[in-house]
Ligand binder design. Structure first.
Ligand SMILES: Nc1ncnc2c1ncn2[C@@H]1O[C@H](COP(=O)(O)OP(=O)(O)OP(=O)(O)O)[C@@H](O)[C@H]1O
Ligand SMILES: [Mg+2]
Length: 435
């Protein structure tokens, strides 16, 4: 379109002459000028902004005192105002000078990504999928799922840092606390309030109802290139209100369970690491010097004893590092003894991570988890499970499916079920502890 844009400065100078008529008219003049610049009628602007045409008319004529912050934001987007113009419009709406020092409506650019792991081992295929290299049409929402400690957050953050330059309007990070000891999963209404504030909406302008908050959020990020990381989701209902509707935004969700009920979402299930990458995670964390004398076989055995689970590998390596007298063999002996007891370091522990998954289960699944963990062989069928649980095969299948959905159980071959080694240890110990 061949529109000759009047610069913000010259238009501001023109409407400043109206200033004596009071802040409302001044605001109206500014709005009208920018509307005319965009070659829009009042009706067209109202439609673009999703506002009532009467509201636009009353604003321009100065009859509407104190226009709502959200309306101004919508108008600014509809008029394609740049940052300085938005600030000016928001300021005059509140009767302030056109160049405010700080304004509660100025759209801010959040940069919330926490630091990722220094060196991410492996995960090349998964990173390519997250970055959208694998397809012409990258999914707007990718949900990464996998068992506790498998590396979902590490992967999501690594991908997000790499994607960040493609999302210059901001990167949001929300820890939804699906599995945090002593903390309940975050209420999505509260999460929305936080992201709206981060996007520059003042607290007083945030609506009370969750649906209105979600609608405002979608409006604020529409057409903006924003990357959203929703970490450790407790479920689909918690995630849904936080999904933008705009194709200009991208979302990465991590969760311990599969989120198959979110429309338009691609899921990516994360497995434990291949043995070489597992050894690399262990070696890098322990420090090359601590493992130089260890035979390659011992390192691989250690990685296997940790179930090739990144969380376990890191904890085992920290244990080795903090005991100068231990060799890798000493560590391995301890892991062969009672590995869950050994896989604790500071506030990190494999047992604690799995406890949180277990505690989120309904009673019948807890019972199934405990009994199957203690009374089945390496892998087993639904029929065996039914016998152990003293129930029908159909019901045992349902229970097995649920345990698979939350990654406490695997299906290595059709209709064969298996626990990850560490999960089996945890399930059988839970029988005694009744956690
Ligand atoms: N590919 C990897 N290379 C190096 N370190 C990794 C890798 N994956 C995970 N880690 C490290 O392993 C630990 C566990 O990973 P992370 O916290 O990402 O797991 P998670 O799947 O998000 O667990 P949870 O379900 O508890 O949220 C972290 O210290 C992380 O930095
Ligand atoms: Mg995580």
């Amino acid at each position: 379109m061949n529109i000759e844009r009047i610069s913000a400065a010259s238009h501001l100078t023109k409407v400043i002459r109206d200033r004596d008529a009071g802040p409302s008219l001044f605001f109206g003049g500014l709005l009208r000028g920018w509307r005319e610049r965009a070659l829009l009628t009042q009706e067209q602007l109202a439609e673009r902004a999703g506002l009532n045409v009467r509201t636009v008319r009353r604003m321009e004529s100065g009859r509407l005192q104190q226009p709502r912050a959200t309306s101004i934001l919508l108008l600014a987007k509809a008029l394609e105002l740049d940052g300085e113009e938005r600030a000016a419009l928001a300021a005059v709406a509140r009767g302030l000078p056109a160049r405010p020092e700080r304004d509660d409506l100025v759209v801010t650019v959040p940069r919330q990504l926490p630091a990722g792991v220094a060196t991410l081992m492996g995960r090349g295929r998964e990173l390519a999928a997250l970055e959208g290299h694998e397809s012409e049409d990258p999914a707007a929402v990718v949900a990464v799922d996998g068992m506790a400690g498998v590396g979902k957050t590490a992967l999501a953050l690594h991908a997000a840092h790499r994607l960040a330059p493609r999302f210059p309007d901001g990167q949001l990070f929300v820890d939804l606390h699906g599995h945090t000891r002593g903390t309940a999963p975050v209420d999505p209404a509260h999460a929305l309030e936080r992201v709206l504030r981060a996007l520059g909406v003042a607290g007083a302008r945030i609506p009370a109802h969750i649906d209105d908050r979600a609608a405002l959020y979608r409006g604020v990020v529409a057409d903006r290139r924003v990357l959203v990381v929703l970490d450790d989701a407790a479920g689909e209902d918690q995630v849904r209100p936080l999904l933008p509707a705009s194709p200009t935004c991208r979302v990465i969700v991590t969760a311990r369970q599969r989120l198959i009920g979110l429309d338009g979402t691609r899921t990516l299930s994360l497995d434990v690491l291949p043995v070489d990458e597992a050894v690399a995670v262990f070696t890098r964390t322990a420090g090359e010097k601590r493992v130089t004398d260890a035979p390659a076989g011992a390192l691989r055995e250690t990685a296997e004893r940790c179930g090739r689970l990144p969380l376990a590998l890191r904890i085992a390596a920290v244990r080795l590092r903090s005991h100068a007298a231990w060799s890798v063999r000493d560590l391995l002996e301890r892991l062969n003894d009672d590995r869950l007891a050994e896989l604790k370091a500071g506030r990190h522990s494999v047992t604690a991570a799995l406890d949180l998954s277990y505690q989120r289960l309904p009673d019948d699944q807890r019972r199934a988890y405990r009994l199957l963990g203690s009374h089945t062989g390496t892998d087993f069928s639904a029929e065996t499970a039914a016998a152990v649980l003293d129930t029908t095969v159909a019901r045992s299948r349902r229970l097995l499916d649920h345990l698979m959905d939350v990654h406490l159980l695997q299906e290595p071959a059709p209709r064969r079920y298996r626990f990850h080694d560490l999960v089996r240890d945890h399930a059988s110990q839970t029988v005694d502890r009744r956690a």
